[in-house]
Design a protein around this ligand. Structure first.
Ligand SMILES: [Zn+2]
Length: 390
């Protein structure tokens, strides 16, 4: 954190953290194995290995790297059942001059390829010789999920199991699953120690497409300042739930949020370019990159909502959407119909709120209980934790 941030910036978040921290402490004291090892200032540890010519580290402090250069490293994550390690790729653009340190992550979910490409494109545009500060990128956080281009981490703890890595943060190096330990290793030894701010890029999920939007707590001035530098048309002003990576950063005082870049599994080059432009703007905002700002939220028409209204399927069958992503809808407006195998209409779905469509099921078949539509809207009163497949 910089010194120019107000003392109350994280007041609200700290309140939430205190409540969560109390239960976490109880759990820790009843489990002698969960003595978390946090190495936030231990310096860089090279294992002595190289993979494809890239040095392997088990801890990273970007201050140890040569300035004015890009560095490509592998970080040694948790072991597989075979005893091999899952390694994640780390690219560091270390500016010639000192300055703020940003962390960009993607691949927490393994099927969200536009997020990976966004981070790669930003890193490719950086010239460390002209930079004041450092940007660290990890594009493949959940390596085994990426291998299968699927959302969750395949795990063999109790027979085959699938773990959502974006419910595991900040992880636990002595946790009860490999995914939890992997998260703990990355958070303690790679991400947190090198972040003054952090952005965790996502997309919709397989079978469920979303618009371009940013998810974060707009009541936190440092977050609002960054989110408003993106020329994208929707802002989901909500803190989301514990366990997501951007909240692990927030909980330790590092401003963070989650961009969402359209559909899973594909590259949406048009949307990617908006998020690249916004991220470069963020680097300019922090003084890491020089030059005039690109387009921001001021250059687009933006809809800000603090909640997502979910419409869940009540029947099995083929779903036909009657509206498109980003469409405005009114209370009672019919947004989808569903037909059985005879072509008979078995369900009609209407919006319970006035807002904008932010997500739609893209797989045409659905069973009862599946989310079909999410509608971004403004709910008065206290914030709810959203039901949202980020
Ligand atoms: Zn995701």
């Amino acid at each position: 954190m910089s010194n120019d941030q107000g003392p109350d910036s994280f007041h609200r978040r700290h309140f939430i953290v205190t409540a969560i921290g109390a239960s976490a402490a109880l759990a820790a004291s009843s489990d002698p194995a969960s003595t978390q090892t946090a190495t936030t200032s231990g310096g860089t540890v090279f294992t002595g290995d190289t993979i494809d010519g890239k040095k392997v580290v088990s801890a990273l402090d970007v201050n140890d790297l040569e300035p004015g250069k890009k560095h490509a490293l592998y970080f040694q994550g948790v072991q597989m059942p075979s005893g091999q390690h899952w390694h994640v790729s780390v690219t560091v653009a270390k500016g010639a001059k000192p300055g703020k340190r940003g962390v960009l992550t993607s691949g927490v979910h393994g099927d969200e390829m536009s997020s990976v490409h966004t981070v790669q494109t930003v890193m490719n545009q950086l010239d460390p010789a002209q930079m004041s500060g450092t940007v660290t990128a990890v594009t493949d956080v959940s390596s085994p999920a990426i291998e299968g281009m699927q959302r969750r981490w395949p795990n063999s703890g109790r027979g085959i199991d699938l773990i959502d890595m974006n419910r595991e943060w900040p992880g636990n190096e002595n946790g009860a699953s490999a995914a939890s330990r992997h998260a703990g290793l990355l958070f303690n030894r790679l991400l947190r120690p090198n972040a003054d701010f952090a952005i965790d890029f996502h997309t919709g999920t397989t079978g469920f497409e979303v618009t371009a939007f940013n998810l974060g707590g707009m009541d936190v001035p440092e977050v609002k300042a960054m989110v408003e530098l993106y020329p994208v048309g929707q802002i989901f002003d909500n803190h989301a739930y514990p366990g997501v990576l951007h909240n692990a950063f927030m909980d330790v005082g590092i401003p963070s949020f989650t961009p969402e870049i359209g559909a899973a599994r594909v590259l949406d080059t048009e949307m990617i370019s908006l998020f690249v432009e916004g991220t470069i703007n963020v680097l300019k905002h922090h003084g890491i990159v020089a030059g005039p700002m690109g387009r921001t939220v001021k250059d687009v028409s933006v809809f800000v909502g603090n909640n997502a209204f979910p419409i869940l399927a009540t029947a099995g069958g083929l779903v036909e959407h009657l509206v498109k992503l980003n469409d405005k809808v009114t209370v009672g407006q019919k947004v989808a119909v569903q037909r059985n195998s005879f072509g008979e209409v078995v369900a009609e779905y209407t919006s319970g709120v006035a807002g904008e469509i932010t997500g739609q099921r893209s797989d045409a078949m659905s069973e009862p209980g599946n989310p079909l539509v999410f509608i971004l809207f403004n709910k008065p009163g206290p914030e709810d934790a959203p039901v949202y497949p980020e």
